[in-house]
Design a protein around this ligand. Sequence first.
Ligand code: X2X
Length: 359
Amino acid sequence: MRHPVRDLLVGFVCLGFMTAPAFSASYKQEYKLSIVPGATSGWGLAGQYFADRVRERTEGRINIKPYFGAQLMAGKQTSELLLVRRGAIDFALASTINWSPQVKELNLTALPFFVANNPDRFKAMDAIEAGKSGGMMVQAIEKTGVKFIGWGENGFRELTTSKGPINKPEDMKGLKLRVCGTPIFIDIFSALGANPQAINWSEAVTGFQQGIVDGQENPTNGINIPMKMWTWHKHLTDWHYMIDPLFMTANGKVWKEFSDADRKIIEECMAETEKYSKALSRLGYDDGSSYEYLKKIGKLPAVTDPNAELTKNGMKITNFTSEQVKVFYDATAKVRADWTPKIGKALVEAAEADMKAAR
Ligand code: X2X
């Protein structure tokens, strides 16, 4: 005999049973997040922070696992975009310099002495991201079919060398410098008279250990300190010649499969991650706001005074005077001129206008 109340109850139970998991039934058990350097880099910490926030906020519905050390690309960092497009990678916290061989617009912030040639280099970077030029970069990224989720920061790249100090371009003559395999770097260091060697990050440390190269360039907080770069290089040239912002992306199909509510959560988690990532990158080099922010969220790293840490470990820091910056700026004029049409004149001009408006 049919029992209307029982039928109704069974109906409800089934409905409940079907709707709840049906939401996440199309979700993967694990989403792979690609990170080029290691877990202790600023970049690695930011990736982990994002994954943790998303897991917490979605109550485990979205489980993102960071894969550090470019392992999803077998070390080949410039293949990351291709693998996100194909879906072999679900998420990537990527650097402009690893995607710029394919997305030419992303060479913008690698134009030598372009962003730092402003009274406040961090404000200039933020102005690009928040401005018309940042929007153009996002468009260029999304044209490849991947979803852009938000910005982060590897940081301004400073030169470390075993020979030095570097005070003028002539001091760089013949220096063998490890750079990533992105063409604009070859042009910049060739213009300065050095001998750039394209080596993947995954093999770079072996190169430093074996003395195959005389130096490299990477952000101080994010990479140089966690990597204890003083082990191989005693000189640091604090020249901020370029910056690589990071950006979180997802494979287009993966993104579409999330519910609207979950997409919103992911975007909010990335907005938090942007603040964390930028604070890690800028700590000790800004007006103190990065320190305050990291303290507030309970995430102050062990090293809060980067220059003191470098000096304590025997590194000699060279800070350029404005005259020295001018010499290096002039020495790289041809690189900016050659790369402006490749990046797009409209984009370079929009970035100049965005940075100027923020002065
Ligand atoms: O290769 C590098 O130098 C690194 C780790 O900074 C990037 O992947 C951009």
